[in-house]
Design a binder for this molecule. Structure first.
Ligand SMILES: O=P(O)(O)OC[C@@H](O)[C@@H](O)c1c[nH]c2ccccc12
Length: 252
């Protein structure tokens, strides 16, 4: 059983998975952020790779990506950095990137380097399930789990098709649109998450627009855990570690 499967199967608490942008504040801060999150009890971390054309990202994550790119941070550097401290990180790490950088890097090489760096899973949000055979075999061979997204606007058959795959967790996107803090959630949220849960044997984690402890608690009534991106990115940028702890604590 992989580290990621161990972390997410037989969980008796709700999961909390933060997203951070690698290289925001300098690549040398990545290790300290991961150690901080690990010490404070998160279940996994999504590490974003800065990319020039992040179509699914809202302004907060885009800005973090621009800061990282202007510091010269690349996919190669992110993988080398993660590899350099892999012995100290025990929680699963999920690399979040887009199809183009992976193709440019070479799919097979990407999968191997991820495995060598101690990465457990990947999220490639612009990779539709119809095209995943381009990536999935190489990732599987390297022991990297592909985490798939379903969205609140996906038709039911599509939810079923996507949610029945994989070994880690299903990422349920709770809004139609891009990442970023929001004040309210989709009216179909509860029934959407119920559909995803029914279609999958895996834990269902909800993400997009979750930015307060109240959101975390509300969302967790309908799913197995949450993913928080933009708010975590913003709080790290402001060095507000206290509020990060409060968000994590809301899931426990
Ligand atoms: O930022 P939010 O609204 O909290 O959403 C999570 C999200 O940031 C993270 O999982 C993510 C970052 N970039 C993405 C692109 C697509 C899907 C998901 C993501």
């Amino acid at each position: 059983m992989s580290r990621i499967q161990k972390a997410f199967q037989g969980m008796n608490q709700k999961a909390f998975v933060p997203y951070i942008m690698a290289g925001d504040g300098g690549l040398e801060t990545l290790k300290d952020k991961l150690l901080f999150l690990q010490e404070n009890g998160v279940d996994a971390v999504e590490i974003g790779v800065p990319f020039s054309d992040p179509v699914a990202d809202g302004p907060t994550i885009q800005q973090a990506g621009i800061r990282a790119l202007s510091a010269g941070v690349s996919l190669t550097q992110v993988l080398e950095e993660v590899q350099s401290f892999k012995e100290e990180i025990t929680i699963p790490l999920i690399l979040m990137t887009y199809t183009n950088p992976v193709i440019a890097f070479g799919v097979e090489r990407f999968a191997e380097k991820c495995a060598f760096a101690g990465i457990d899973g990947c999220i490639i949000p612009d990779l539709p399930i119809e095209e995943e055979d381009l990536f999935a075999p190489s990732l599987e061979k390297a022991g990297i789990e592909l985490i798939r997204l379903v969205t609140v606007t996906s038709p039911e058959e599509r939810i079923e098709k996507i949610a029945s795959k994989g070994n880690a967790y299903v990422y349920a996107v709770t809004v139609a649109g891009i990442t970023g803090a929001r004040s309210g959630f989709h009216s179909e949220l509860g029934s959407f998450l119920a559909k995803v849960k029914k279609a999958s044997k895996l834990p269902v984690l909800a993400g997009f627009g979750i930015s307060t402890p109240e959101h975390v608690r509300e969302m967790n009534q309908h799913c197995d855990g949450v993913i928080v991106g933009s708010k975590i990115v913003e709080l790290f940028h402001e060095n507000n570690l206290e509020e990060i702890k409060q968000l994590i604590a809301a899931a426990k």
